[in-house]
Write a protein that binds this ligand. Structure first.
Ligand SMILES: Nc1nc2c(c(=O)[nH]1)N[C@H]1C(S)=C(S)[C@@H](COP(=O)(O)OP(=O)(O)OC[C@H]3O[C@@H](n4cnc5c(=O)[nH]c(N)nc54)[C@H](O)[C@@H]3O)O[C@H]1N2
Ligand SMILES: Nc1nc2c(c(=O)[nH]1)N[C@H]1C(S)=C(S)[C@@H](COP(=O)(O)OP(=O)(O)OC[C@H]3O[C@@H](n4cnc5c(=O)[nH]c(N)nc54)[C@H](O)[C@@H]3O)O[C@H]1N2
Ligand SMILES: [Mo]
Length: 768
């Protein structure tokens, strides 16, 4: 392990499981337990006054956008409490009263910090000062902003090639900061702009763009009220998008049929008691959400979707061709005949074997789908993080095209985004593969020649760093070490840089595996007031449904030494390219928004419209226009992926617990899955456990297998769970060490972190 500075650990430490407890899953999500869990957390982190003050402003027009997820806010009737349990935790995590000061760094060497758990690291509080880790030093030390920025810009100026620098963005960054960062990187001369989206919905963006001409969803929140059928695939909204449950509840109450496709029967998708309704809070009135649950095998979605498509074609024949929207297909699509031939040729035997769902169940789902006049398909990481992710997404589109579910009320595609501004960051130019129009506009507006060569995405950046081709790694938020695949490989990669820089709110493991030198720049978060030159500023973000709106914090910043992300990039730009722009004028963020308006389509009148929020244009949704080369929606055919599992091998997915936000661990329990006080668990099917002679509570080492390579993660506790045979589940980021860097989605390069082939052996403390 040559990444080691001294004795740093890239992986979280092992557990002793002394407090671990496994209970039955609850039946209902939400209710009073959700309120209790969130308020306890909030009061502990923020205190009573700050909690009340802060929560009043979450997702309100005059407040700040919840940093939790990208689910949209209702446009009119907003509740005074427009947030959810996990939103409260996300806010509390940022608005905590605890602080990580230079004194703290003096007491805690990087080595010592790395032995602590991710939970512990996050719980230390907000970063207060810029700190610097000198070559061979063991502790970070305080550094002035001036000196920190000087070190960074000097390194950048000295680069032989701009492509020796990488600029990563995580999805909490505002439109304004993201726009400036991509501008800065391109002025420097590189498109090395990887982002968290590369590990997230990249497959959705690419898959959709090829077949419907836009890489985003095509529905509004209102559409959920008009859908007759909603299919939720590979998503756990009860935990990761709890406010979506309100939309699903409304739909279910209105008679909409909800089909859930998931290897796990997630509590949040089953029943929901709205904590903001008195009856829901008391637990006396919960709503059944899922009407049909299909417990698909991990990565069995292509098989299952093709099964539904096959059954639909047959059902349509039996119903005098009244169940397929032939008019829509004729007018708006290409590829229908070849698609039908491919679907008809699929065998039921393979469909059932690979999906794990019987033909009868598939036909039952098809009855609902084929008869729905309006259907929405929602999905998240269960579809995007597979080798064949694009085939997953394009088969969802096939389903929507067959029923004509585009450009119609109550219907469409809904990739549910993760980070609260991951979609906006992309819109304003964070991408390693920029569209020509963006480069041309940048060149016109800012008078420079942007680089044409494609840059590194996340996986390519790690590989380049591993090969010592990157000198400076700059991260705008996120946790590049723990969120990325192949933790040990990535650790080596990061340590091969000359300088690693993190603009962050909280301490995380990526700060501990460093280049020769490292700098942490502490920034303002969403909840905090951003005052520039004596004037209060605000930023803007785009939600999962393409609405751009204002976000403005209210709290006094955690420290006087915090700077806004915009200020940081602007200062770097001023030092590097003083003649290119009157950078100081950007202390008024309206000026940044004017630049965005001039460069990116759809932002007309940005500074005026941002106050109320506005939809970005969406040709598919607005006028059923598909911007593909044929100007039509495209039917596609993809073979069913065949399982290659050998005896004693399992297919592992890495998922989120109810008490984490990506690599930020709020707590050690996963209430909805009955797992308490532990995270190093592996969920297994009972018959698999019997065959492997394992009992609940046993400890195992997990080995992943990929192209002859092996990776190992030690000491996980076996938990019996209702999961299909030969499928297992572990939590991200503990299991990321098992995700091979080379195992990724075809076309989108997204790490395939939901389909890892693994074997298990009993844990033995004496083993090397
Ligand atoms: N509280 C909280 N909120 C969050 C986050 C968080 O960590 N915590 N993260 C944010 C981010 S960045 C994102 S991207 C989203 C993530 O939101 P999700 O995508 O809901 O998150 P995951 O836990 O990765 O869960 C994926 C779901 O897919 C299922 N699944 C796994 N493999 C397959 C498969 O092969 N087929 C099918 N059909 N299902 C499968 C799993 O059982 C699980 O229910 O949430 C966002 N919101
Ligand atoms: N195995 C496996 N790996 C995965 C996934 C999976 O499902 N399985 N999911 C993937 C997905 S979907 C995603 S999106 C990525 C997430 O990847 P990242 O976005 O890189 O990771 P996060 O854990 O969200 O980043 C947390 C850190 O962001 C910083 N931060 C928080 N708020 C702010 C802010 O306002 N400004 C700044 N500058 N910093 C801030 C804090 O320092 C915090 O420690 O992980 C991916 N990795
Ligand atoms: Mo994500």
């Amino acid at each position: 392990m040559n990444y080691k500075r001294k004795n740093t650990q890239a992986q979280p430490p092992l557990e002793n499981f002394s407090d671990a407890k496994i209970t039955k899953n609850p039946d209902v999500a939400g209710g009073s337990k959700a309120v209790m869990s969130s308020t306890q957390h909030a009061f502990k982190e923020m205190g009573t006054l700050r909690t009340l003050q802060t929560l009043r402003k979450v997702n309100q027009k005059d407040g700040f956008d919840c940093p939790g997820c990208a689910w949209p806010d209702p446009e009119d009737k907003r509740s005074v409490v427009e947030f959810c349990e996990n939103g409260v935790k996300a806010v509390a995590e940022e608005a905590t009263k605890k602080r990580v000061t230079p004194q703290f760094f003096g007491e805690w060497s990087v080595d010592k910090l790395s032995l602590q758990s991710d939970y512990w690291l996050g719980k230390q509080g907000r970063l207060t000062h810029p700190v610097y880790l000198a070559p061979d030093a063991s502790c970070y030390e305080e550094i002035s902003w001036e000196d920190a920025l000087e070190k960074i810009t000097t390194k950048l100026k000295d680069l032989e090639s701009a492509n020796d620098a990488v600029f990563y963005t995580s999805g909490r960054t505002s439109n304004e900061a993201a726009f400036l960062l991509q501008l800065f990187a391109r002025m420097l001369g590189t498109n090395n702009l990887p982002d968290c989206s590369n590990m997230c919905h990249e497959s959705s963006g690419m898959g959709l763009k090829q077949v419907i001409g836009i890489g985003k969803g095509t529905v509004t929140l209102e559409d959920f009220e008009h859908a007759e059928c909603i299919v939720v695939l590979g998503q756990n909204p009860g935990t990761n998008h709890p406010r979506m449950l309100t939309a699903l509840q409304k739909a279910a109450r209105g008679g909409c049929q909800i089909i859930t496709i998931n290897p796990l029967s997630e509590v949040g998708s089953n029943r929901f008691a709205h904590p903001q309704e008195v009856s829901g809070l008391m637990g006396v009135n919960s709503t059944k959400l899922t009407s049909l649950f299909l417990q698909v095998k991990i990565n069995g979605d292509v098989a299952l979707l093709k099964g539904i498509l096959k059954a639909w074609l047959a059902l349509d024949e039996q119903n005098d061709k009244r169940l397929i929207d032939y008019d829509f297909i004729e007018k708006n699509t290409v590829g229908f005949d070849a698609f039908c031939t491919d679907i008809r040729e699929e065998s039921w035997e393979i469909i059932v074997e690979e999906s794990g769902i019987s033909q009868e169940k598939i036909e039952e789902a098809t009855q609902i789908i084929a008869h729905a006049k309006s259907m929405i398909c929602c999905w998240a990481m269960g579809l995007t993080q597979h080798k064949n992710a694009i085939a997953n997404i394009q088969n969802v589109v096939n389903l929507l095209l067959l029923g004509g579910h585009f450009g119609r009320k109550g219907a469409g595609a809904c990739p549910v985004r993760g980070h609260s501004n991951v979609q906006g960051d992309r819109t304003v130019g964070i991408t390693s593969n920029p569209p020509q129009a963006l480069l041309e506009n940048l060149s016109k507006v800012f008078d420079f020649t942007p680089p044409q060569q494609k840059g590194y995405d996340t996986v390519a950046a790690i590989e380049a760093m591993y090969d010592s081709k990157v000198k400076v790694f700059f991260s705008m938020g996120g946790n590049f070490l723990s969120a990325t695949p192949d933790t040990e490989y990535t650790a080596t990669a990061m340590s091969n840089c000359d300088l690693t820089v993190h603009v962050s709110t909280k301490l995380n493991r990526a700060h501990l595996i460093t280049g020769k030198e490292s700098i942490i720049l502490p920034c303002l978060g969403r909840t905090e007031q951003d005052v520039q030159n004596g004037k209060l500023q605000f930023c803007s973000v785009e939600n999962s449904m393409g609405i751009v709106h204002k976000t403005q914090g209210l709290l006094t910043p955690a420290s006087t030494e915090l700077r806004s992300e915009i200020w940081i990039v602007r200062e770097m730009a001023k030092a590097m390219f003083p003649e290119k722009f009157a950078w100081d004028s950007m202390d008024n963020y309206d000026v940044v928004r004017e630049c965005i308006e001039k460069t990116i389509a759809g932002f007309d009148n940005y500074n005026k419209r941002v106050h109320d929020g506005f939809y970005l244009p969406n040709a598919v949704r607005d006028k059923c226009y598909f911007a593909t080369s044929s100007e039509k929606g495209v039917f596609t055919s993809h073979p069913i992926p065949r399982s290659t599992l050998q005896k004693d091998e399992y297919m592992m997915m890495t998922i989120r617990s109810h008490d984490q936000y990506n690599t930020t661990i709020y707590g050690l329990s996963d209430r909805y899955r009955g797992i308490h006080n532990t995270r190093r668990v592996i969920l297994m099917n009972r018959s698999d456990m019997e065959n492997a002679q394992l009992k609940q509570g046993d400890h195992v080492d997990i080995t992943s297998h990929f192209s002859g390579e092996k990776r190992i993660a030690r000491k996980f506790m076996v938990v019996e769970y209702d999961i299909p045979a030969c499928c297992v589940a572990t939590y991200f980021p503990e299991a990321n060490v098992l995700v091979p860097i080379g195992h990724k989605a075809d076309g989108s390069n997204t790490p395939a972190s939901k389909s890892i082939v693994v074997t298990l052996v009993k844990f033995n403390a004496d083993r090397d």
